[in-house]
Ligand binder design. Structure first.
Ligand SMILES: NC(=O)c1ccc[n+]([C@@H]2O[C@H](COP(=O)([O-])OP(=O)(O)OC[C@H]3O[C@@H](n4cnc5c(N)ncnc54)[C@H](O)[C@@H]3O)[C@@H](O)[C@H]2O)c1
Length: 316
């Protein structure tokens, strides 16, 4: 394989919760995928999970059972499952590692991969919190990076990508291109942080929820209800900082003296960039009225979808 031709053969190591679903993404996109796990039962379950996932995807598209079966057959033709890593390593153009979250296991797998894969193949780890750039030894650090998927990978678009101090720009670019080519939405981070972006924000929410429960203010069920019916409608449309733009950044700053504001907010307030109402905040807006209208149309679409889902309400 030349350094510039797109990867054709994907190797996914670890077929558990994440690995089977990552393999599915590439098989659905028509790439040849080898899925490896040391546990034969996990490999068998992985195939049945992929079959069930594909049936659900087809159900959501309104396909008939026959169409779903034929699609599943077509996707599974792109996928081989094996316990024998050595047998499939040499031909891999790109490796996604999704084994246990343990430095020892990841070290063992990545060392074996380094011995066996071609010199142009990239190794992308799905680690959640381990700083592999610091914690494991590699011979060629330029081709090691993290590609952190968000569960379930076959549905959620985000993949957080980050290199270590010695990862090559080529490896990062190639990873982003591959992920985009299969419909994912990679975000390249500037440095590794345990938990990456989305999980860190989720954990901050979980910490706040724990405080609320400990204080006796509400129950877990009430928190889920409040979140689903509020930020659940909002966040998918505007995220965090665009949400603040709609609030107005002067409101967010409140009566805190400028020097007490975090620098990212202070610079905006000082520049008079107060969000949608001034045409610029963390994002830019051509017309405040149009921004409000398109936001509300998106909120209504999300709300209608959630209300149509049987899983939106059963939490009381
Ligand atoms: N579960 C999640 O929601 C989630 C989300 C993002 C990232 N991650 C990360 O993804 C990685 C995998 O997590 P998971 O939840 O899929 O774990 P899992 O336990 O479901 O799967 C791990 C698999 O690795 C296999 N394995 C262990 N050693 C192996 C080896 N030497 N060779 C081949 N296979 C081996 C195991 O048999 C197991 O099936 C972890 O690093 C985790 O932190 C998990």
């Amino acid at each position: 394989m030349s350094q510039d031709s797109p990867p054709k053969k994907i190797l996914v190591v670890g077929a558990g919760t994440m690995g089977h679903s990552i393999a599915q993404v590439f098989a659905q996109a028509g790439l040849a995928v080898d899925l490896v796990d040391t546990n034969s039962r996990v490999l068998e379950t992985a195939i049945s999970k992929i079959e069930a996932n594909l049936a659900t995807i087809k159900e959501a598209e309104g396909a008939s059972p026959d169409e779903a079966t034929s699609y599943t057959k077509q996707v599974l033709q792109n996928l081989s499952a094996t316990e024998d890593l050595a047998a499939v390593s040499e031909t891999a153009d790109f490796v996604f590692e999704a084994v246990y979250e343990s430095v020892e296991t990841k070290q063992e797998v990545i060392s074996r991969l380094e011995d066996q894969i071609s010199k142009d193949a990239i190794i992308a780890s799905n680690t959640s919190v381990l700083d592999l750039f610091d914690e494991i030894r590699v011979a060629e650090p330029e081709r090691l990076l993290c590609a952190h998927w968000f569960a379930p990978p076959h549905i959620v678009p985000l993949v957080e990508v980050v290199g270590g101090p010695e990862t090559s720009a080529w490896a990062i670019d190639r990873t982003v291109s591959l992920l985009e080519s299969v419909g994912k939405r990679p975000v390249v981070m500037r440095k590794f942080v345990p938990g990456f972006i989305a999980n860190r924000i989720m954990m901050a929410m979980a910490d706040a929820a724990e405080e609320l429960i400990d204080s006796g203010a509400c129950t877990p069920t009430e928190i889920d209800y409040a979140i689903k019916t509020s930020v659940g409608v909002r966040l998918g449309v505007v995220g965090i900082f665009q949400s603040l733009d709609f609030n107005g950044l002067d409101l967010i700053a409140g009566d805190r003296p400028l020097e007490e504001l975090p620098s990212y907010l202070r610079s905006k307030v000082e520049a008079g960039e107060l969000g949608v109402k001034t045409g610029r905040g963390f994002h830019e807006y051509d017309s405040p009225a149009e921004a409000l209208s398109s936001r509300d149309l998106a909120y209504l679409a999300v709300l209608h979808t959630l209300e149509a889902s049987t899983d939106f309400e059963p939490i009381r």
